[in-house]
Design a protein around this ligand. Structure first.
Ligand SMILES: Cc1cc2nc3c(=O)[nH]c(=O)nc-3n(C[C@H](O)[C@H](O)[C@H](O)COP(=O)(O)O)c2cc1C
Length: 211
């Protein structure tokens, strides 16, 4: 079978202007709960797109670790490629794809680092191995071999043996403050439902987009 022959009809559900919450974060939470209930695999996995100030883009998957009226939070190494791009150009796009529900959510907005307390609180909740790993790996740097990581981990295990593993200074969160959020529900004949929220001075404008 050729790639071009792969296609699927979407018919599970519909999305109407009258049904959505006036608040996109409430709408997101509703869809997220439904993704959990449907046992979508890693429902908090999202594609994060960033760009250089010249507009050269890059994208990768990260995990959503918090969401509220302030925005969408993920954690990473500030020295990584995404970190460098976000420091120079603090804007991002996020995409969730919940295949089992024939849904997609797209978010764009400005970004800011989470404060140290928030990063610390999340860092402390991570398993020991992940906490040590954040000390070992300078994310996105070329390394000569896997060995470097294994030796680095052993060294960190010795360094922090028995004691607390502190938050590395290069590690923490970013929050994407949404300016637009689009909810996409697959429909028959490629005539999908798309409802977009656009932030206005006060509140949100809600509009339907052509599929
Ligand atoms: C399911 C999944 C979840 C991931 N979660 C994260 C994450 O939360 N934070 C992170 O820094 N990288 C995460 N990664 C790894 C990133 O995709 C990426 O490889 C890494 O962050 C380096 O990206 P960069 O070089 O563009 O900065 C995840 C990858 C996958 C496949």
């Amino acid at each position: 079978m050729s790639v071009a022959d792969l296609r699927r009809e979407y018919a599970l559900a519909r999305l109407d202007e009258g049904d959505v919450s006036p608040d996109p974060i409430a709408q997101f939470s509703r869809w997220f709960s439904e993704a959990l209930a449907a046992e979508v695999e890693e429902p908090n996995a999202m594609v994060l797109a960033t760009a250089t100030p010249e507009g050269s883009p890059s994208a990768r998957v990260v995990l959503l670790k918090g969401v509220d009226e302030r925005g969408f939070v993920f954690f990473t190494d500030y020295r990584s490629l995404k970190g460098a791009e976000l420091e120079a150009n603090p804007r991002a796009a996020l995409v969730f794809r919940w295949s089992e529900l024939e849904r997609q959510v797209r978010i764009t907005g400005g970004t800011a680092r989470t404060d140290k307390e928030e990063s610390e609180e999340y860092y402390r909740s991570r398993p020991l191995g992940s906490r040590l790993g954040a000390w070992v790996s300078h994310q996105s740097r070329p390394i000569p071999s896997r060995d470097v990581l294994e030796r680095g981990l052993a060294e960190m295990e010795r360094r922090f043996a028995g004691g607390e593993v502190p938050l590395p200074p290069h590690w923490g969160g970013y929050r994407v403050r949404p300016e637009a959020i689009e909810f996409w529900q697959g429909r028959p004949n490629r005539l999908h439902d798309r409802i977009r929220y656009v932030r206005e001075k006060e509140g949100w404008r809600i509009e339907r987009l052509a599929p």
